[in-house]
Design a protein around this ligand. Structure first.
Ligand code: MNH
Length: 473
C-alpha cells in the first residue's frame, strides 16, 4: 500500500508547475489558487494548430462529436454491477473540489483544491455559520415525517442555485449550492449532516465539559477522516476492482517524500465528467422516475423516506462509462467540456497518455476497441489519431478488462486521487493522532468508518437495507 501511495503520488507535480494562463512555469501558478493547476501546460498560442503541431487547423464541431459519439440511444449498464449509490457518491464527493468559476472562465475555480468537506459545511465560514445550530456542536436540522432533514432556504439564507420555478417548500439549504439538483445529492448531504450530529452526541458523552465550538470543530475533523476512509476503502476499492485490499493508513507516508498540499488540475476535473454513469430511470418503492422527474426534486427523498430512497439507489444499476451513453440532460455538459478543453488549449489525448507513462494510441481501433466507433471517430478527426482531443478520448476509450474505465482514466485518476486524499492535513504526523479527533473514541470512528455504517447508523430505527456500491446479486 505504501508503494501505491508513493508511486501514484509522485506522478503529480507538487507544488504545481502550470496553470491555464501561461505555457511555462510562473510564480503565479503557485500563489494564485483561483486557477486550476494543469498536468500539462497549454499549447502555445503561436503554434500552427490548436493541438500544437499535430491535428487539423480547425477541430471538428463539438456538437457533432457529442451527437455522433456520445448521445445515448439505448441504455448501457455498467458491467461491474455498479449502482446509483455509487454514481451519486462520485458526483457528491468530487463536487467538493471540482468547482469551476464559470463566470471567470474554465481555467478558474472557487474551491479549496482538495478534500475539505466543503460540500457538507459550505464554501466559507459564512455558510458554515448559517448551517450551524450553535448548540452541542450540531448542524441545524428539522424534523419532517419523523426524520431529520436539512433546513429550507427561507429559514437559513444560503445562496443556492434553484431555478425560479422551484417552490419554496423544497428549496433546501445545503453545503454545496448545486446539491438541490438531484435527490441523490440531497440524500448524501442529509446523511453526512446526520452523521455530523451523531458524532457530536458521541463526543459530548466523552467530553461533557466541551463547548459548542469545540464539539463542532472536532466533529468536522472526524467527518473529514471518515470521508477519506470511506473513499479509499469502499469507493476506490469498488471503482478500481483491484484484487488487492486498499487501505487508508496515513502513517505509511510519515517521513517519506510527500507534500501535505494539493492542487486540483483542470484535466482531473474534465476526466471526472462521468455523466454516462447516470441511469435513465430510478425505481423507488414501486415508483419509477426518469432523470427529468429527478431534477430539482430533493423532496422525493423525504416523500419515500431515507431508507426506501437509499434502497432504491442500491438496486438501481448505474450506466457504463463509454461512448453513446450520455443521457439527453447531460449531453450539453459533454459538449461544453470539449469546448472548454479548446479554450484552455489542451494538448492532445495522446500527449496526456505519455504524461502519465502510457503508450500513445496508433490506431482508432486500438483506442476504441470497436470498429464502428473507430470509423466515426476517424471521420471526425480526418483519420489522424494524434488529433483526438482529451475529453473525447476519455469517453470513447475501450475499458480495461474487468474494469469500469479505460486505461487513461485509471492512470490519470489514480495519481490525482491518491495525492488528493493523502495530502489532507489530518494525514500528517502532527494531526493523525487521537487528540485531533476528540480522543480514542473519535479516532476509532475515523479508523473504522464504512459506507454501510454511514448509512445504517443514520437511517433511524428501521432495519438497514443492504448497503453497497453494486446491485446485490
Ligand atoms: Mn455533472 C458539471 C449537470 C451528473 C460530474 N454537471 C455539471 C454541470 C451541469 C451538470 C449542468 C455544469 C457544467 C457546464 O455547464 O459545463 N451532472 C449534471 C446532471 C447530472 C450530472 C443534470 C445528472 C443527471 N455530473 C454528474 C455525475 C458526475 C458529474 C454523475 C460524476 C460522477 N458534473 C460533473 C463534474 C462537473 C459537472 C466533475 C464539473 C463541475 C465544476 O467544474 O464545477
Amino acid at each position: 500500500m505504501k508503494r501505491i501511495y508513493l508511486i501514484r503520488g509522485a506522478m503529480v507535480d507538487s507544488p504545481p508547475l502550470f496553470n491555464s494562463e501561461h505555457d511555462y512555469t510562473t510564480y503565479d501558478v503557485y500563489s494564485n489558487t483561483s486557477y486550476f493547476a494543469r498536468a500539462l501546460p497549454p499549447v502555445p498560442r503561436d503554434c500552427p494548430t490548436p493541438l500544437g503541431v499535430v491535428g487539423p487547423k480547425e477541430l471538428p464541431d463539438a456538437n457533432l462529436i457529442v451527437q455522433t459519439l456520445m448521445k445515448r440511444t439505448q441504455f448501457k449498464p455498467e458491467t461491474m454491477g455498479s449502482n446509483a449509490l455509487f454514481t451519486f457518491f462520485a458526483q457528491h464527493f468530487t463536487h467538493q473540489f471540482f468547482k469551476t468559476d464559470f463566470r471567470r472562465g474554465p481555467g478558474f475555480q472557487w474551491g479549496g483544491h482538495g478534500v475539505d468537506v466543503s460540500h457538507v459545511y459550505g464554501k466559507d465560514k459564512h455558510v458554515e455559520n448559517l448551517l450551524r445550530s450553535f448548540t452541542d456542536g450540531k448542524l441545524k436540522m428539522q424534523t419532517m415525517n419523523g426524520e431529520t432533514w436539512p433546513m429550507l432556504v427561507k429559514d437559513v439564507d444560503i445562496q443556492m442555485t434553484y431555478p425560479p420555478n422551484v417552490p419554496e417548500e423544497i428549496r433546501f439549504a445545503l453545503g454545496h449550492k448545486d446539491f438541490g439538483l438531484l435527490p441523490g445529492l440531497f440524500m448524501y448531504a442529509t446523511i453526512w449532516m446526520r452523521e455530523h450530529n451523531r458524532v457530536c452526541d458521541v463526543l459530548k458523552v466523552e467530553h461533557p465539559e466541551w463547548d459548542d465550538e469545540r464539539l463542532f470543530q472536532t466533529a468536522k475533523l472526524v467527518i473529514l477522516g471518515e470521508t477519506i476512509k470511506i473513499v479509499v476503502e469502499d469507493y476506490v476499492q469498488h471503482l478500481s476492482n483491484y484484487n488487492f485490499k486498499l487501505t487508508f493508513k496515513p502513517e505509511l507516508l510519515f517521513g517519506e517524500a510527500h507534500q501535505y498540499s494539493n492542487r486540483i488540475t483542470a484535466e482531473f476535473n474534465h476526466m471526472y465528467h462521468w455523466h454516462p454513469l447516470m441511469p435513465e430511470e430510478f425505481n423507488i418503492s414501486g415508483t419509477t422516475y426518469g432523470v427529468k422527474d429527478f431534477l430539482f426534486r430533493p423532496d422525493i427523498v423525504i416523500k419515500h423516506g431515507m431508507r426506501n430512497f437509499v434502497d432504491g439507489m442500491v438496486h438501481q444499476r448505474a450506466g457504463a462509462f463509454t461512448h453513446h451513453n450520455h443521457n439527453q440532460y447531460t449531453l450539453h455538459v459533454a459538449k461544453e467540456t470539449i469546448e472548454h478543453g479548446r479554450t484552455l488549449r489542451y494538448q492532445s489525448f495522446n500527449q496526456y497518455r505519455k504524461r502519465f507513462s502510457l503508450p500513445p494510441y496508433k490506431t482508432f481501433e486500438d483506442l476504441t476497441g470497436d470498429e464502428e466507433v473507430a470509423l466515426q471517430l476517424s471521420e471526425l478527426y480526418g483519420g489522424d489519431i494524434e488529433a483526438v482531443e482529451f475529453y473525447v478520448g476519455i469517453v470513447v476509450e475501450k475499458t480495461r478488462p474487468k474494469a469500469m474505465f479505460g486505461s487513461t482514466v485509471i492512470e490519470l485518476g489514480g495519481p490525482f486521487s491518491v495525492k488528493g486524499l493523502l495530502s489532507a492535513p489530518i494525514c500528517s504526523r502532527q494531526y493523525w493522532r487521537p487528540s485531533t479527533f476528540g480522543g480514542e473514541v473519535g479516532f476509532d470512528i475515523v479508523k473504522t468508518a464504512t459506507l454501510e455504517k454511514l448509512f445504517c447508523q443514520n437511517l433511524g430505527e428501521s432495519d438497514c437495507p443492504t448497503i453497497a456500491f453494486k446491485v446485490p446479486s
